[in-house]
Ligand binder design. Sequence first.
Ligand SMILES: Cc1cc2nc3c(=O)[nH]c(=O)nc-3n(C[C@H](O)[C@H](O)[C@H](O)COP(=O)(O)O)c2cc1C
Ligand SMILES: [Fe+2]
Ligand SMILES: [Fe+2]
Length: 393
Amino acid sequence: MEIRPGIHWVGVRDPDLRVFDVIIPTEFGSTYNSYLIDADEPALIDGVKLEFQDEFFAKLAEKIDLTDLKHLVVNHTEPDHSGSIKELLKRAPHLTVHGSRAAIQFLGEQVNMEFNKHIVGEGDVLDLGNRKLRFIMAPFLHWPDTMWTYLEEEEVLFTCDGFGSHFCFPEGKIFASEQEMDFTDEIVYYFDAIMGPFKPKVQEAVAKLEGLPLKMIATGHGPILDENLDQMIQLYKDLSATVKQGRKRVVVGYASAYGHTRRMAELVAEGARQKPGVDVTLIDVGNSTDDQIKEAISSFDAIVLGSPTINADAVYPIWRVIDSLSAITSRGKIAATFGNYGWSGEAAGLLEERLEKMRLAIAHPAVKARFGLTDEDEQRCRELGSNIAEAVS
Ligand SMILES: Cc1cc2nc3c(=O)[nH]c(=O)nc-3n(C[C@H](O)[C@H](O)[C@H](O)COP(=O)(O)O)c2cc1C
Ligand SMILES: [Fe+2]
Ligand SMILES: [Fe+2]
């Protein structure tokens, strides 16, 4: 499916999807859009969900011998887009992956294998020979790793989750202009569920589109936007309009048997404190009274919880903190988890899942470290803190 000369949609449809990311009902299914750009050095933009990778590779095989594929751009590394990348790396030996610093790091932790990587920043250009891709950083739409990619010659912007919708278009009818049903409500709903907690970040990213010639917004979910682009951008501006508030509060709560998770918590707090205008409360919930815990979590803009894995679970004092959070007032607030472990390491993931089910916004993937912290582990903890502080600012 060619969306512009030499740009092929190689994504997949998921019409039967009814719940996304554990918490978001998706009445109209979704799609995972990936794009192959013909050029002297061909490039692929984003991947698809793991379950759909056979279909994805079959589509790619019709267009390209993967040994000729030179570039992969990862706008975002949530597994609905990155799940298929490990297999892609195996099949495309000459591939270099381009992404933000966070994207390259997250991908590394997902695939656990060596790959050729290239970290890109604001305004960097990737020269494909006869075509050029320019990168526009859009952090926290809705993870620290997110960016947009602009194909200069065709004036197409690839936005992954940005401007996306969980709306499965009918086979062969990929463009917004071809849809029988007005799916604007689905774009709004997607915004509220995914981007809502990051409105100031949306404003910053959308401001970068000022004056950029645009023929198409090629999203990662739902129909490709090929008409009324100014209105779509205005919609995102309207949806993200906020009143600026005062200082922000980040709570870092942890429990720890042997001090490793404590050390992680201290580093998370240290990272968060670097951001001006952010107050950080660090609390050892394993050694605090109910009243102290209640006081610490009485109001917050972001909560970061850490637990060691003990017998395949997070420990009780941390679960108690989650139980005492109000699902109503915590809804939509920013959250993340971390934890030390020895072999199986379930804790951080279980906590993340629970917070996600309570509809907090997971703004950073769980950070796990095994036994003693390496310099790299320490850095990841500090980055977790600074990213969370950035997300609430
Ligand atoms: C009783 C006990 C049970 C444990 N069970 C697990 C487990 O199921 N999975 C795992 O990954 N680590 C397990 N561990 C290892 C701890 O997660 C590991 O020692 C970790 O470094 C503790 O973090 P802390 O220093 O913050 O307490 C267990 C440790 C203890 C003492
Ligand atoms: Fe995402
Ligand atoms: Fe997505």
